[in-house]
Design a protein around this ligand. Structure first.
Ligand code: HEC
Length: 203
């Protein structure tokens, strides 16, 4: 090859490379939600490798809980919230969750006074698992899911509907700091939302 031919080949290769990168960036994120039958969310089996947004201990906010968990039981449970990594990165840059963001809410039992522990509580067995997605395939852009109790977790869950989803939507609309999410309880995301001015009025 002459020098100019070689230069031409290198430039062509670079253009193909940029084109491929742009095409990839426009595709759905690799770590986005996966569905069966169009809308049944497949339980993400790798969410422990996602970004950990925050934890709560005994965060009760209802008189009676929908699925028969008493406030007493809830007060000993930890909640851990995870989000898929590419959506977290976008949120940190923009303060807005991109389409196809998946959140997993894990409830874990807790214990005290085991081993060297004398006071305070630490997490133990999984108790139940819920999820939420922001995805334009759903009528109002969001959907809520319940994978059930530990030991009998569903491999895929249909979007909650009717009476089962009404409390999720109401609470996640009236009391959330960013869109349908409780960013007020996730310290690093809260900083990003403040920086980008995306907190709802009042927060
Ligand atoms: C009365 C208020 C309330 C109701 C009802 C409610 N949630 Fe939440 N939810 C919260 C709060 C507060 C958090 C913050 C995290 C925590 O509890 O540790 C949260 C967090 C979550 C998260 C993590 C992402 C986020 O939005 O911040 C998911 C997923 C979730 N809830 C699913 C559900 C599902 C599914 C239902 C309905 C079955 C539901 N929630 C009903 C208050 C509520």
């Amino acid at each position: 090859m002459t020098r100019s031919n070689r230069t031409f080949a290198v430039v062509c290769a670079a253009i193909v490379g940029v084109g491929a990168t742009v095409a990839l960036a426009q595709q759905a994120p690799a770590d986005g939600p996966r569905y069966e039958n169009g809308t049944h969310l497949v339980r993400p089996d790798d969410y422990q490798e996602w970004v950990f947004l925050g934890a709560g201990l005994g965060m009760t906010y209802e008189e009676d809980t929908a699925d028969g968990v008493s406030s007493e039981e809830l007060s000993q449970l930890f909640t851990n919230v995870f989000v898929n990594p590419s959506s977290y990165r976008r949120f940190m840059e923009t303060g807005v969750w991109p389409d196809r963001t998946t959140f997993v809410l894990e409830f874990r039992q807790s214990a005290s006074e085991v081993s060297i522990n004398r006071a305070g509580r630490f997490q133990t067995d999984l108790f139940m698992l819920e999820a939420e997605v922001k995805d334009a395939r759903f009528p109002d852009g969001w959907a809520f899911f319940d994978f059930g109790r530990a030991g009998e977790l569903a491999d895929a869950a249909e979007p909650l509907s009717g009476e089962r989803v009404a409390p999720c939507i109401e609470c996640h609309t009236l009391h959330t700091a960013v869109e349908r999410t409780f960013v007020q309880f996730y310290p690093t995301a809260l900083d990003a939302a403040r920086e980008h001015g995306t907190l709802k009025p009042g927060f």
